[in-house]
Design a protein around this ligand. Structure first.
Ligand code: XMP
Length: 520
């Protein structure tokens, strides 16, 4: 386990889709933590980690399933505080001699937890007898707490919704304090880590930066690294961080796949080559990508085609750099979580993100991914820490496969051209109205349908365009942005007047879930 001088909270992952959010909330309060899958831990490893506290995550299993996950027994023998969340509560109950019942009282979504007792875990929350809004997601529930425990909070579906054994410092909740839908959840986690476990909250972005630099130096030594630069915040922050660590042992490769937004390629070259003086290869491979995508309309095939070509192109340029042994990527937590669980636990594939999954053996390059454990807004904080301009780190995310996944159906140069122009007008509108920083991500998608319109005295038969704008905290959930109607009217008029080939504009009012942010 890598860790500098910080006290550690060990998060035992049972495979929940939101385990990463526990880490997120802890870090926000300056607490250093590590997530480890339950099946990669044993008693010896738990002891060796010497955590100051342990959190057991939620997970998809039922404790009654044959072979369902358990926590290493050392978790309960170390003498440090333990907090169980959802499945983590049930595991704790099962392992310590209480009772869990299956199936009859499913509870999903909003629920109210009545505070039954003034307790350090609930410091700063509602008074005894009042309720707290919490977010539940469980099929099983605890029906008898283990000896030594008592109930400190209850909901209708989970009468033992929060429990504590104050002498052993074991605590557990059925709800998920780590999600934003539990408004005081972060406070509960902070009460546990800072209050009950006594951590000082000394983990900051400045500390992360120094540790990341030290780790990069240790991993790379005096060897050469190439970095795939996309122009987005993530790969840019990764590049500047790595450059700070190893200087000109880093060469950036900017693959221009012809799927960039208007003017983006020039901006990237200007910023990195001229402003930062980072060695940069501008790989102009537009034809290679666009030709390979000809006739492809399936989103997963698009993503995989682009992902594979990226690797090929990197290989080609890596071969030209003497002694390049490492490939750096700006892979983030959310990139990882929907493809494979970060910690190797079970998780469903929603989309194949092109920049995860490791490199094929044939490339013979090792990965440097210094942002792999960070969420988007942490990457922004790190970027600021590294001196990147605010306007740059505040840029909306842009996906690796670029405009290809904003052009449902088959891609053509003509369609990409129309999309680029429309997207530029849309973003110009957003900036002009001072809305850019309020919105997490905004873009246009060109739809594979033509619609009939009338302009002047003539009939038009042109493409329909969808506008998307979302608010989000981490890209894992999102809501559509409420533009005022005048803004939408002005934007639609501008796009149709200024962009030949579009005669209809629609606004996407789907949240995530059930939609995703990108259209493909
Ligand atoms: P979805 O569409 O899955 O997107 O809701 C969540 C966030 O991830 C971005 N995204 C990607 N980023 N490579 C990336 O680097 C990808 O393949 C990719 N696909 C989606 C998306 O723009 C949004 O911010």
């Amino acid at each position: 386990m890598t860790r500098a001088e910080h006290d550690l909270i060990l998060i035992v992952d049972f495979g929940s889709q939101v385990t990463q959010l526990i880490a997120r909330r802890l870090r926000e309060s300056g607490v250093y933590c590590e997530i480890h899958p339950f099946n990669a831990l044993d008693d010896a490893k738990v002891r060796e980690a010497a955590p100051k506290g342990i959190i057991l995550s939620g997970g998809p299993a039922s404790v009654h399933d044959a072979g369902s996950p358990r926590a290493p027994q050392a978790v309960f023998e170390l003498g440090v505080p333990v907090l169980g969340i959802c499945y983590g509560q049930q595991v704790m109950v099962e392992q310590l001699g209480g009772k869990v019942e299956s199936g009859h009282h499913r509870e999903f979504g909003r629920a109210f937890l009545t505070i039954e007792e003034a307790h350090p875990l609930f410091e700063g929350l509602a008074d005894v007898g009042s309720s707290e809004l919490v977010w539940m997601s469980h099929g099983d529930r605890v029906t008898a707490v283990p000896e030594g425990f008592h109930v400190i909070g209850a909901s209708t579906g989970a009468p033992q919704g929060a429990m504590a054994d104050d002498s052993r410092h074991f605590y557990a909740v059925q709800f998920h304090p780590e999600v934003h839908h539990t408004p005081n959840g972060a406070r509960i986690l902070k009460n546990f880590t800072r209050g009950i476990c006594g951590l000082s909250g000394d983990w900051t972005m400045a500390a992360y930066r120094d540790e990341a630099i030290a780790r990069i130096r240790e991993q790379v030594g005096d060897r050469q690294v190439i970095c795939g630069l996309s122009g987005g915040v993530d790969s840019s922050v990764a590049a500047v961080l790595i450059h700070e660590a190893i200087g000109d042992q880093l060469t950036c490769v900017f693959v221009d796949h012809g799927l960039m937004r208007m003017g983006e390629a020039d901006e990237v070259v200007e910023l990195f080559k001229n402003h930062y003086n980072i060695p940069l290869i501008h790989a102009e491979e537009q034809d290679l990508f666009i030709n390979a995508l000809e006739g492809v309309s399936d989103p997963e095939v698009k993503r995989k085609t682009i992902g594979k070509l990226f690797i090929d192109v990197f290989q080609k340029y890596a071969d030209q750099i003497d002694g390049a042994e490492f490939l750096a990527q700006g892979t983030l937590y959310p990139d990882v979580i929907e493809s494979v669980s970060f910690t190797g636990g079970p998780s469903v594939t929603i989309k194949s993100h092109h920049n995860v999954g490791g490199l094929p053996e044939k490339m013979g390059l090792k990965l440097v991914e210094p942002l792999r454990e960070l969420f988007k807004d942490e990457v922004r904080a790190l970027g600021r820490e590294l001196g990147l301009p605010d306007a740059f780190v505040g840029r909306h995310p842009f996906p690796g496969p670029g405009l290809a996944i904003r052009c449902p159906g088959e891609i053509t140069r003509e369609k990409l051209d129309i999309l680029r122009k429309a997207d530029a007008v849309y973003l110009d509108q957003i900036r002009k109205h001072g809305l850019y920083d309020e919105i997490w991500q905004a873009f246009a998608a060109l739809l594979p349908v033509r619609t009939v319109g009338v302009m002047g005295d003539g009939r038009t038969y042109d493409y329909a365009l969808a506008l998307r704008a979302v608010t989000s905290v981490d890209g894992m959930t999102a809501d559509w942005y409420r533009f005022d109607h005048d803004f939408l009217a002005e934007t639609s008029t501008r796009i149709i007047n200024e962009v030949e080939g579009v005669n209809r504009v629609a606004y996407d009012i789907t949240s995530k879930p059930p939609g995703t942010i990108e259209w493909e």
